[in-house]
Design a binder for this molecule. Sequence first.
Ligand SMILES: NC(=O)c1ccc[n+]([C@@H]2O[C@H](COP(=O)([O-])OP(=O)(O)OC[C@H]3O[C@@H](n4cnc5c(N)ncnc54)[C@H](OP(=O)(O)O)[C@@H]3O)[C@@H](O)[C@H]2O)c1
Length: 280
Amino acid sequence: MQHTMMLNTGAPMPLVGFGTYLIKEPEVCRSSVLTALKAGYRLIDTAQFYGNEEAVGQAIRESGVPREKLFITTKLWHTDAGDNKTRPAFEASLKRLGLDYVDLYLIHHPFGDVYGAWRVMEHLYHEGRARAIGLSNFYPDRLMDLILHFDVVPAVDQLETHIYHQRLDARELMARHKVQLMAWGPFSQGKTDLLNNTTLGKIASRHGKTPAQVALRFLVQQGITVIPKSDNEHRIRENIDLFDFALSDDDLAALQALDTKKSAGLTHDDPANVSRIVAL
Ligand SMILES: NC(=O)c1ccc[n+]([C@@H]2O[C@H](COP(=O)([O-])OP(=O)(O)OC[C@H]3O[C@@H](n4cnc5c(N)ncnc54)[C@H](OP(=O)(O)O)[C@@H]3O)[C@@H](O)[C@H]2O)c1
């Protein structure tokens, strides 16, 4: 099985990446990203909002992995969405990362002046400063709106996606428009009993793998990119060790039946949550 998929830009993107949300302490972030790069991860997901772009950049430089082998994603925070604000925010992210381009630049949330942001991001894409541009937390209606009003179709939409929230409706639309789903919170951020689920546990034992590995393999095997976060060396290695087994059709069906279609965290279409996120 391929460990990468092809974006609608024609560029390959790894199917397994490393998430860095809440790894705020610079030394922990630097050493976790370095461990991830040594373990074979090539996609690193960070964001302006995470406050760890500098530590990610430091780990990248220390790793010695050639830049062209890496796939670095960062995200624009809504306070910097807009015709006059997005380019300076992008340049500031690049500076903190110590890079002269990113592989993927995402609008973090569908809030604020996302149209102004996307206009600037289209320029950054054409200039090659962002090799691909995309969205995060844009549900099918917001994604469709953006596709209809602009030239560049987002390469990626990053959504909370896991066994308990499989996003079938979004996936159908995204497949039609060649927008790649990148699953954030593939373990539901530890907010549910997902990793203790009995069905998942039985499948994992049968394959001699851990529930976490099966939870990730379930997504990857369906062509969904995953970006699990860990700051533990053992789990960092475990989370990329997904390519020596395959789930059977019966395994997939059993796991598909666990979909609750419910978010474990904050949805982005609830007014109270919009207020909460905008106030962060
Ligand atoms: N676009 C967005 O709005 C958005 C929102 C949230 C997240 N994200 C991105 O998606 C990434 C992943 O999501 P997330 O970090 O929120 O949640 P997650 O990856 O679903 O879960 C992380 C939690 O799972 C634990 N864990 C990791 N590997 C494990 C394993 N093998 N077995 C058992 N537990 C394990 C981690 O603990 P340890 O660290 O102790 O291992 C941590 O508590 C983020 O880091 C971020 O890059 C994006």
